[in-house]
Design a protein around this ligand. Structure first.
Ligand SMILES: [Ca+2]
Length: 341
């Protein structure tokens, strides 16, 4: 649906630009049939005077898959969590793999071989940095997209801008000498009985395992829309064990259409809460000492960031993650926090 709308918008844009009179046509030219070949001798005129207050739209950003949009690239394989039910009993438990001993993820719709959707990607870490034998503590960055996120179809869902934040963190972390490993996730385990609740359990299990494996490492969870709810639920669940090693970033967190009323907010974990108030589905300020609220209602972002040269407009719920100033604010906050602590 989103893709169809986006393509329709793009087609409409093309139609408008093709049907408008050419603004750079020389008024001295013949009023007869327009020439379709540009003159090699005429000097092109600007079609409009640039408005100094209007940001220039960035080029469209549409990698083939979410992991392919990581900069720098990360080794790893995007998976479908439901397919880890290797004994096909409809549950991911220790019977499938000893590593899942503490889990019970109920799979209502079994993994089908022709289902190409992917809901989780764990980027491989720099083994030396995560061995905790000196140097700056490494950082696990877990980005969780909102509803509809499919790591193998970036046209699905509305959270691809999270990659902008992850890549900006990677650049700033490298400059600060901090090794980083990326993790990407949807906010739903495809085929699970309670898709969002099960993803909370899966991510909590994954993050806890990696923080135990690398006792010096820290983790930041960044989530857009439903992904923001997963951030608050998982950090609330883990802060008793890892409170001084985890951080959270919410981008227009919303629990609307979540699979259960999810209300947990961590009490200690530092959170950056970015939201907009222009339209519904929006986040809201959280009045707690551990939460830094960032109202970005005045930010702008491309209307459809995955298409090239889209007009820049005031942010809404679906493109707050794409606003460049939001991505930079998040990256600066994360790297400053982990550098200081
Ligand atoms: Ca099983």
């Amino acid at each position: 649906m989103i893709r169809a709308l986006a393509l329709a918008a793009f087609a409409a844009l093309l139609l408008v630009s093709c049907s408008e009179p050419s603004a750079d046509a020389d008024p001295g030219e013949s009023a007869g049939a327009p020439s379709l070949t540009p003159s090699l001798t005429s000097t092109p005129r600007p079609t409009a005077t640039p408005d100094p207050f209007q940001p220039v739209p960035p080029p469209g950003f549409l990698p083939d898959t979410w992991p392919e949009g990581l900069e720098p690239s990360a080794d790893g394989e995007a998976i479908r969590i439901a397919c880890l039910d290797s004994d096909r009993d409809g549950r991911i438990t220790g019977a499938d793999d000893a590593a899942y001993e503490e889990l019970e993820i109920v799979i209502a719709e079994p993994c089908a071989p022709d289902d190409e959707r992917r809901d989780f990607f764990a980027g491989e870490a720099d083994a030396d940095a995560f061995a905790c034998d000196g140097g700056a503590p490494p950082l696990l960055v877990v980005a969780i997209g909102g509803g509809g996120t499919d790591l193998h179809d970036p046209k699905s869902g509305v959270s691809l801008g999270l990659l902008g934040s992850v890549n900006e963190i990677a650049a700033r972390a490298e400059a600060a000498g901090i090794a980083m490993a990326p993790v990407l996730a949807s906010s739903a385990v495809f085929g699970a009985d309670l898709p969002q609740t099960r993803m909370e359990q899966w991510i909590a299990h994954h993050v806890a395992g990696r923080l135990e494996q690398a006792p010096c490492a820290r983790a930041v969870l960044i989530g857009h829309s439903h992904g923001g709810v997963i951030v608050t639920e998982v950090t609330a669940a883990l802060e008793g064990r890892f409170g001084d090693r985890i951080y959270g970033v919410l981008i227009d967190r919303t629990a609307a259409l979540y699979d259960r009323p999810a209300t947990a907010i961590p009490l200690r974990t530092p959170l950056l809460n970015v939201y907009q108030l222009r339209e519904g589905w929006h986040g809201e300020p959280i009045a707690q000492a551990n939460v830094e609220n960032a109202d970005r209602t005045s930010s702008v972002a491309p209307k459809e960031p995955r298409l090239p040269d889209q007009p820049v407009e005031p942010v809404t719920h679906v493109n707050l993650d794409d606003a460049r100033d939001v991505q930079e604010t998040i990256a600066a906050w994360v790297v400053e926090r982990v550098s200081a602590d």
